[in-house]
Design a protein around this ligand. Sequence first.
Ligand SMILES: [Mn+2]
Length: 395
Amino acid sequence: MQLPGIPEMRLREVVRAAETYGLSSPELAGAAVLGAIALLASLWLIVRWIRRPMGARLKRALSKSDEVAVLMHPNPDPDAMACAIGIAHLASEVDTEASIQFAGQIRHQENRAFRTVLDLELDQIDHVSELASEDVILVDHNTPRGFEGAERLEPYAVVDHHPGNGTGERFTDQRTDYGACATIVAEYLEDVGGTPVGPDDERDADGFVVPADVSTGLLYGIQCDTKHLTSGCTEAEFSAAAYLYEGVDEDLLDRIANPQVSAEVLEVKSRAISGRDVRGSFAVSDVGRINNVDAVPQAADELLRLEGVTAVVVYGRRDDTVHLSGRSRDDRVHMGKALETVADEIPGASAGGHARMGGGQVPVEGAAYASGAEAAMWSQAELGEDVFDALNGDV
Ligand SMILES: [Mn+2]
């Protein structure tokens, strides 16, 4: 007799034990063996239950709710959007309705392209009461933020790769070593037996199919958070990419990865490059008047690629505000702190960020005041000097 997980040796031991204790009659021994088998089989089931993969656990948590709100962080990026569509797909498998929601805006062209090309239905919210359900699943962040009443929200589930101590009431999966949250979601789909199927084979596939737009989105989410698998990766990112590979729609992926760039963004980049002021390994560039404030960080990214430059700050003015964006690959420069130092000197200004990237906003009047110029005679050149001082640490 063979039971999965129970070696035959064990059964023989049980029979021998029964005999030792005087249960030598065949009926008694038989009963003891059956009892032992039943016990071991139920133990095996319990162990399997405890060790069930995270994807199966989330699927079960989803099945307990009629409708969930999958909430992305404010101004969601491709990783967040990919996680949301992956989890919504898992929810559809257990007939749970899922609405994908977010606070803030989807402005950056890469994020807009992701949304448009994959034809995503995303719902923008400003207040906690606009959430589609009480059962909220946070993806790619672990503490709700960016809308009114966010602090009152107790999430139902949390799936994230950022540090922090936000947890879900029913389910929490936080893997801070992972490069992308989409990797975790791809693993869920694999855990529950999902088969990624390419765009041409979707009709004839059976079982739990992962459609091409979900696989493509998840792969791009991974690429996006890991600089195309070049930084912050773990083995899990490569495994997830390999799993998704069969289902990737190359045409969609190309359209997401290479969106058309608006003429203004290219122009602002060009102004940032031609008008740069380079001192040592730092570059500062004033791009003048802009309409699209999102062009400023993109220009900063571009300028940082310049040979010999290790830290850059680009700024431009829209209406009465100057928008600054900084990038650093220089260990001497903590960009967020450097821009904070600049903002501290100017009334009404704010800035911040991480070591490698930062941003800020300066009201034109405040900057004019700080630079001692007439309020009407706003001198952005003064701001440039302040920025160089902050990058050099001479403040
Ligand atoms: Mn992420």
